[in-house]
Design a binder for this molecule. Structure first.
Ligand code: FES
Length: 72
């Protein structure tokens, strides 16, 4: 089975959607954090709106209920 290709969102800096989601899961709070830690949207700016949309979508998701999702 072939590995799934990642969609490169920021062509200037080679940043994928997966890279952005990973940095959000690791605590990035906003577009500025994502820019700082991934380099996305720091070149030509063409990917800025899509990067911002991913950040906003991530912020609106429901928090994980740790009490019911962890198996001990
Ligand atoms: S494509 Fe992301 S800054 Fe140019």
């Amino acid at each position: 089975m072939a590995a799934k290709k990642q969609k490169i969102l920021c062509l200037c800096n080679g940043v994928s959607e997966k890279d952005i989601l990973l940095i959000l899961k690791r605590g990035a709070k906003n577009l500025e954090d994502v820019k700082k830690f991934t380099g996305a949207a720091t070149g030509c700016g063409r990917c800025k709106s899509e990067t911002e949309a991913i950040v906003e979508h991530f912020k609106k998701r429901k928090p994980i209920d740790l009490q019911t999702n962890i198996d001990f």
